[in-house]
Structure formats: structure tokens, C-alpha cells
Design a protein around this ligand. Structure first.
Ligand code: HEC
Length: 118
């Protein structure tokens, strides 16, 4: 029962952090992967709620693993493909984004995360 309600909370928070989900169908003409302005907007909208506006992991905390500090050396040294996999698949306490953000948006967000100052 307790685990059930924690799960529910995770789902609710995922919704709260993820809404409104923008489709980027209207932005077909976008130049290349890794648009930082776009990444920043997406990050503030979808990620900052948990990871904090500076990515330091100081946003909303649930029971269980705290949001990762995305500016930490341990995150910085992970490869793009590792971090992309996490963003796609999610983690305990982190929603999976692959159905919610387009592949391109996920790359924009990661490009922005890479620029966060320590
Ligand atoms: C509901 C809260 C929540 C939201 C929203 C969220 N995250 Fe997370 N994220 C987490 C938690 C918690 C972890 C750490 C999980 C763990 O350590 O097991 C994490 C881990 C990560 C990691 C892995 C860091 C590492 O060092 O391996 C990345 C990258 C990441 N998040 C990016 C994002 C991005 C990008 C978004 C927005 C698209 C996002 N997160 C939205 C909670 C969240």
C-alpha cells in the first residue's frame, strides 16, 4: 500500500513537472540538434522542478533517490549516450521522457544540461 502511494505520487509529480507537453511538430525547420535556447526552455519546464533551475538537484524531493545534481563531476563525466539513456528510460523517481519529448527535444535538453555551470 505504501509503495503504491509512493508510485502514485511519482506519477503525479511527473505530470506536474511535465505539463504542458509541447509538441515540436511546428518547429520542423529547426537548424540542428542541441539548440541551447530551446534546451533551456525545455529544462525549466520539465526538469527544473526536480533538478532545480541550476540543475543542482535541489528541486522537489521524493522518498528514495534524490534528483541528481547534473552539474556534479560524476554526471559530467558520463557520456552523452549514458545520459540520453537515463532521460529516455527514466530512473527510480525520474519519469521516462521518451514518449513525452521528441528525440530532438531530448538532445536540446542534454545540450543545455552540458552547459550548466558547476
Ligand atoms: C520527478 C522528478 C524528476 C524530473 C521531472 C526529472 N528528473 Fe532527472 N532525475 C531524477 C532523479 C531522482 C534522478 C536520480 C535517480 C537515481 O540516482 O537513481 C535523476 C537523474 C537524472 C540524470 C542522470 C544523472 C547521472 O549522473 O546519471 C539525468 C541526465 C537527468 N536526471 C536528466 C533529467 C532531464 C533532462 C529532465 C527533464 C527532461 C529530468 N531529468 C527530469 C528526478 C527527476
Amino acid at each position: 500500500m505504501r509503495m503504491g502511494s509512493v508510485r502514485m505520487l511519482v506519477v503525479l509529480v511527473a505530470f506536474a513537472c511535465g505539463a504542458p507537453i509541447l509538441s515540436d511538430a511546428t518547429e520542423k525547420a529547426e537548424p540542428q540538434p542541441g539548440n541551447l535556447a530551446k534546451g533551456k526552455t525545455l529544462f525549466s519546464k520539465h526538469c527544473a522542478g526536480c533538478h532545480g533551475s541550476q540543475g543542482k538537484g535541489d528541486g522537489y524531493k521524493l522518498l528514495g533517490p534524490d534528483p541528481a545534481n547534473l552539474t556534479s563531476p560524476s554526471t559530467k563525466k558520463k557520456s552523452d549516450s549514458d545520459l540520453l539513456a537515463t532521460i529516455h528510460e527514466g530512473k527510480p523517481n525520474m519519469p521516462s521522457w521518451k514518449g513525452l519529448l521528441s528525440e530532438r527535444d531530448i538532445r536540446h535538453v542534454l545540450a543545455y544540461v552540458r552547459t550548466l555551470p558547476k
